[in-house]
Design a protein around this ligand. Sequence first.
Ligand SMILES: Nc1ncnc2c1ncn2[C@@H]1O[C@H](COP(=O)(O)OP(=O)(O)O)[C@@H](O)[C@H]1O
Ligand SMILES: O=C(O)C1=C[C@@H](OP(=O)(O)O)[C@@H](O)[C@H](O)C1
Length: 305
Amino acid sequence: MEAAIAQRIQYPSWVDWREFEGKSLRGSLRYSQRVKEEKRFRGLALAHLQPERRKRSVSSEVLCSDNNSSALLEAGSVYPFDEDLILKATLQRKAEEVKPFLNGRSMYLVGMMGSGKTTVGKLMSKVLGYSFFDCDSLIEQAMNGTSVAEIFVHHGENFFRGKETDALKKLSSMYQVVVSTGGGAVIRPINWKYMHKGISIWLDVPLEALAHRIAAVGTGSRPLLHDESGDAYSVAFKRLSTIWDERGEAYANANARVSLENIAAKRGYKDVSDLTPTEIAIEAFEQVLSFLEKEETMEIPDGDL
Ligand SMILES: Nc1ncnc2c1ncn2[C@@H]1O[C@H](COP(=O)(O)OP(=O)(O)O)[C@@H](O)[C@H]1O
Ligand SMILES: O=C(O)C1=C[C@@H](OP(=O)(O)O)[C@@H](O)[C@H](O)C1
């Protein structure tokens, strides 16, 4: 069937269409085998990926100029579409883009409690082929399995901060690792000395979102949030606000900042809770790339040569 079909997919700028050229996309897009092999398929399909529908479907207008194409899409129809596939492939490509410029340098994720340092850090380490370490877990292992909360109770916060610095010192001698630091790692200047041996990335998440996330999992593992009485969200929000007032500025020492509000605005989402860890990890790699480019182009004054 001769079909005048030109597919116009206009993905957000952060999606790398090259990932999918010539590959069959999951969903209702069907192409004759010849179209795929001879890659005579041309054009772009207009996909309106809207947050409330991005997970389930996409409205597409498909016109392909190709003979023998069996594409059967019509303007305005709604089709299942595997956006997770696109995001995962984009994340992999971003990692491959960044990796050569890292020269094996490690990455340290900093941010308030619940900002996603562990969740996003694991994703980044996986696509980079780096090892992942959670600083709190290393401290607990060094204390024969004593939990962070128990360390605070039995030994006090200052003792914990000393162990945190010891862990970061050890990690700073390693290469090709992604580290999820504890939310308070930014407090001590000595910790920045160790983290600046690698590249530090601040996950900047609004307090409201942090409070919702922590309320969902409870404050048991976060002793600094234990003090207040009330509903879980209010307790978390109140304590996080106090902690932010005390140390919020310190996070800005990071080499790269990942603002979830900026990503959500870029993507047209109403709320940062629409953002998946993969989307955040993609942005993290983009911000690392920007930092590395700036680092490379920074002129060394002649006098310093
Ligand atoms: N992008 C996200 N959207 C929604 N929930 C998230 C996101 N990232 C992390 N979370 C959840 O928030 C909680 C804290 O995440 P975690 O990675 O442990 O943060 P941190 O290591 O910074 O304390 C976990 O329950 C996690 O599943
Ligand atoms: O913000 C903080 O001072 C802390 C954050 C915690 O790590 P997470 O950021 O993983 O919760 C943990 O290190 C300890 O409870 C202290």
